[in-house]
Write a protein that binds this ligand. Structure first.
Ligand code: M6R
Length: 607
């Protein structure tokens, strides 16, 4: 939710910030803004509602002057989508500006305090209390900008990442508490540093990053009229929760992601590019450090109670895997939606293992669940795509998906990567690690064909047929029931057509009432569920439904068939791919942006 980018260095800030905003737009796209300190030492601010490019076309963001600035793209939480609510927000005295991701839960109290001291507010956001509190502490108590910022950060309740810029001292401060923020260390000759919600925002400038932890506050300073300004070309990290200002040392790490990963290349949209990348990403997810997989396997084996916890698509990957753990290793895993996890608190013991699965590693529901489990002494393993994310910081062990950045809001390549890695774990638990690995390698060819242009053309015909329907139903049994849930999510997220999934056997318990002539139903078929799911297909057919079969062989009752070769326990990895393509094409036909569906944001950092 919301994208943050800040720059300090010898180059013009505006082009760097604008490019950063474009790369971060997947995190929120209601409104955007940039503020810089110009060469005369004044703030220059431009912000508006709409997409970054439209705002730039309208306001020319590039003519903002200066070598230091901060920028933000918003996903509205407090306050509607208006120009006044767009970030950055500036203090009453126009000296402090703030961009913010997260929620200030106690903002009403802080606002009342400030109002009682004579402050006025221009927006309905919670964010606006932050620059004004800093101004208040500076003016009323004579504190420095840094001390006022520390005092302000200490008074904020809730999860946040903030970046604050002080006009007079030409200083940028970034602070993190539960929301993502990473420091980029740029060209040292140009004294350049970046702060961003996500690495792709500055990946064209540097691959050297410092992962920040909760409580970290980074100070970056430009040349200044202040005699105390000695920090140009360096940075300092403090713990804003601590009593002393003892510097914290964090390592600079080099990321393996390349710029090509964060660019669309020959594709019209990131979603399509990321669907196509699955040929490689499934393999990369399976190429794990063997010892680490063995050690996680041992943790699973020795635990008294194992939970898989996740949200959205990641939850569907967990549900799918739970069938595999049962089938291959006769092992029961409790699979719980992260936001519901607190209901299971009484089952959590020090011997319990919690496996948290999250692409971003920043989903607040997942972080909350893990924090609850940690308080009970549970062992935490995470499966994450974004290295250094909050979830990796609070886990005992982490397995990385290695999918590269996923820019489209919809999970595609990271969903199948999660399935691949969880399948490997299930095979490992069954004592069949090598077999699992070789089966995953064998998928390469199937995935290549499924993502090829010929398959995409075939599915395009289907999207034209389905585009005008109001409802699409999806059926599956066993682990393909989880695939059905994921398929329905993909369709509705991006096409806005109502799609609903059922376990095949549930159809006759109610949903069949919805079937009439022409109602489209997607049916996932596999060898082990064939008999029963096909009898469900017949029930639909005899009521006039339009059946789209996905599986190894065409059946007479299918009106449309997409062949996906049988890969037994790994069927869920392959069978979802045609529906990812279908969802993408429905969005394109219906004129929606597949990378930025309405109301959604890539990582959900609010409850
Ligand atoms: O980053 P996470 O895997 O924790 O995200 C979980 C969900 O928010 C995410 O899967 C969401 O459902 C996607 N929009 C699915 O396409």
């Amino acid at each position: 939710m919301c994208g943050i980018i800040a720059y300090i260095g010898d180059e013009d800030a505006a082009p760097i910030l604008l490019e950063g905003l474009r790369r971060l737009e997947y995190r929120g796209y209601d409104s955007a803004g940039i503020i810089t300190i110009d060469n005369a030492g004044e703030f220059e601010l431009k912000k508006d509602v709409g997409r970054v490019q439209d705002i730039h076309n309208e306001l020319n963001l590039l003519d903002l002057e200066g070598h230091i600035g901060i920028a933000h793209t918003r996903w509205a939480t407090h306050g509607g989508v208006t120009q006044a609510n767009a970030h950055p927000h500036v203090s009453n005295n126009s000296k402090i500006a703030v961009i913010h991701n997260g929620i200030v839960e106690n903002y009403k109290d802080l606002k009342s305090l400030l109002v009682s001291k004579g402050f006025h507010f221009d927006s309905q956001t919670d964010t606006e209390v932050i620059p004004n509190l800093i101004e208040y502490w500076m003016d009323s108590k004579g504190l420095s900008f840094i001390d006022s910022t520390i005092k302000t950060l200490q008074s904020l309740e809730g999860n946040f990442a903030v970046v604050i810029i002080d006009r007079d001292s030409r200083t940028i401060v970034g602070a993190k508490n539960g929301s993502p923020l990473v420091l980029g260390v740029g060209d040292r000759k140009k004294n350049e540093f970046f702060l961003a919600s996500d690495i792709p925002a500055f990946l064209d400038r540097t691959k050297d990053v410092v992962y920040l932890y909760d409580g970290d506050m980074v100070i970056l300073q430009s040349e200044s009229s202040s005699p105390r300004a000695t920090m140009k070309g360096s940075y300092k990290i403090l713990d804003f929760r601590a009593r002393t200002k003892k510097p914290i040392i964090r390592p600079i790490q080099s990321v393996s992601w390349s710029l090509a990963h964060a660019a669309k290349g020959e594709f019209d949209h990131f979603m399509l590019k990321e669907i196509a990348e699955q040929v490689e990403t499934i393999q990369k997810a399976a190429a794990q450090d063997r010892e680490l997989v063995q050690s996680v396997t041992e943790s699973i084996r020795n635990a008294k109670g194992v939970f898989l916890v996740a949200s959205g698509s990641s939850y569907h990957a967990c549900l799918s895997a739970s069938y595999l753990f049962a089938k291959l290793a006769s092992f029961h895993i409790n699979t719980v939606i992260a936001s519901e996890f607190s209901q299971y608190e009484s089952f959590l013991k020090p011997e319990t293992l919690v496996i948290a699965v999250s692409q971003s590693g920043e989903t607040i529901d997942v972080l909350d669940a893990v924090k609850t489990a940690k308080e009970k002494g549970c062992h935490i393993v995470s499966i994450v795509n974004v290295m250094g994310s909050s979830l990796t910081q609070i886990s005992h062990k982490t397995l990385l998906l290695n999918s590269g950045p996923e820019i489209s809001v919809l999970s595609t390549k990271t969903y199948t990567a999660q399935l691949a890695l969880l399948s490997l774990l299930a095979y490992s638990l069954a004592g069949r690690y090598e077999e699992g690995l070789s089966k995953l390698k064998f998928l390469w060819n199937i995935v290549y064909n499924l993502t090829a242009a010929t398959t995409r053309t075939k599915i395009k015909e289907l999207s034209t047929t389905l585009a005008n329907h109001e409802h699409i139903f999806v059926l599956g049994r066993g682990s393909l029931y989880a695939t059905a849930l994921e398929a329905a999510l993909k369709i509705k997220e991006v096409s806005y057509i109502h799609a609903e999934a059922f376990a095949g056997g549930e159809l006759k318990h109610g949903p069949i009432a919805m079937i009439k002539k022409g109602t489209p139903i997607v049916i996932f078929v596999s060898k082990d569920t064939e008999k029963t799911i096909l009898s469900n297909a017949m029930e639909v057919k005899s009521r006039g439904g339009y059946i789209i079969g996905i599986g190894p062989e065409p059946i007479e009752s299918f009106d449309f068939f997409i062949k996906v070769p049988e890969s037994n326990s790994l069927n869920p990895i392959c069978q979802i791919i045609p529906i990812q393509i279908l969802a993408y094409q429905l969005a394109v036909i219906l004129g929606h942006d597949p990378d930025k569906p309405r109301n959604l944001a890539k990582s959900v950092t609010v409850r």
